[in-house]
Design a binder for this molecule. Structure first.
Ligand SMILES: Nc1ncnc2c1ncn2[C@@H]1O[C@H](COP(=O)(O)OP(=O)(O)OP(=O)(O)O)[C@@H](O)[C@H]1O
Length: 272
């Protein structure tokens, strides 16, 4: 078994994998009487693709919401780059370089692809409306720089031909890709993807896998992925954490997790 806390670790995929950037220690989260997460500890290393899997209701989305500050656990500690992270609000998470996509597409359906991706730049914009009125030239320069970044994202995701199309008119798979684009426009260092391939056909899944691997490879982005398709998870993850009824039942490289007895029995009798 690899030492999870050493400065660097080998990955089964051979991808680079750096130091621990986020260390979740003994996290427990309750909603009234419902225990969504119980005493969960695991870490996330820089540059890795870290998947969270588990049957329905296992606590996967709750875990993502803890990571990006939407939910505040009643117990446990979160260390970000070695320092204890204080209570974090979602906008602060975004400023710290954490971006996410959602299980259900959360885009402005009537707006173009370009404008939707531009919304991902909002937190990067320095000038407010008053500054824009006073320093029109500077604001215009800033707008141009943001546009360039957005165009880069559009090229990267190969969606140039639909850049002016209202998102609601696009097929589902492309809408998911635009959502990824909006998250990428924020230039995140940690990207949280909540079931990015749900509802996709095989070809759309292959495309999405390729883009996730390319984001990780070309930008060095650390990725936390929730995904139900086990083939995809085992193919692209460096490490996998397995939750069941809000508890951690497995953690390790895809092969370790695949052969873990607890994981096998959690999945027997479920639809996954
Ligand atoms: N805001 C909330 N209020 C009350 N209970 C919640 C809330 N969010 C999650 N839960 C409960 O916490 C548990 C874990 O839910 P969660 O959505 O995190 O699981 P999941 O593994 O993401 O499930 P799925 O695969 O179905 O999306 C469930 O019992 C769920 O009903």
């Amino acid at each position: 078994m690899t030492d999870m806390n050493s400065a660097a670790a080998a990955t089964p995929s051979g991808r680079r994998q750096g130091e621990v950037i986020l260390d979740l220690q003994n996290i427990s989260l309750r909603f009234g009487g419902v225990k969504a997460l119980t005493d969960i500890s695991f870490n996330i290393r820089e540059h890795e693709i870290r998947s969270i899997i588990g049957p329905n209701g296992a606590g996967k989305s709750s875990m993502l919401n803890v990571i990006n500050g939407v939910y505040h656990p009643q117990e446990g500690r979160i260390l970000y780059r070695g320092e204890e992270r204080r209570r974090l609000e979602p906008y602060m998470a975004a400023r710290q370089g954490i971006a996410r996509t959602f299980q259900n597409i959360a885009l402005f359906k009537g707006m173009s692809v370009l404008d939707n991706i531009m919304t991902g730049r909002n937190l990067k914009m320095k000038s407010n409306i008053f500054q824009q009125a006073l320093y029109w030239g500077a604001a215009q320069q800033e707008e141009i720089a943001h546009r360039e970044k957005v165009e880069e994202v559009i090229d990267f995701l190969e969606i140039q031909n639909v850049r002016k199309t209202p998102v609601g008119q696009l097929p589902y798979g492309l809408q998911k890709r635009v959502e990824l684009g909006r998250a990428l426009a924020a230039e995140p260092s940690l990207l949280l993807l909540d079931e990015p391939m749900a509802g996709m056909n095989v070809e759309e899944k292959q495309d999405m896998c390729r883009f996730i691997l390319d984001v990780n490879d070309q930008f060095g982005t650390t990725i936390v992925l929730i995904e139900h398709d086990m083939g995809v998870v085992m193919d692209i993850s460096d490490r996998v954490v397995v939750l069941d009824y809000g508890k951690k039942i497995g953690d390790g490289a895809p092969d370790e997790v695949r052969n873990n007895e607890d994981v096998i029995s959690a999945y027997l009798g479920t639809s996954h």
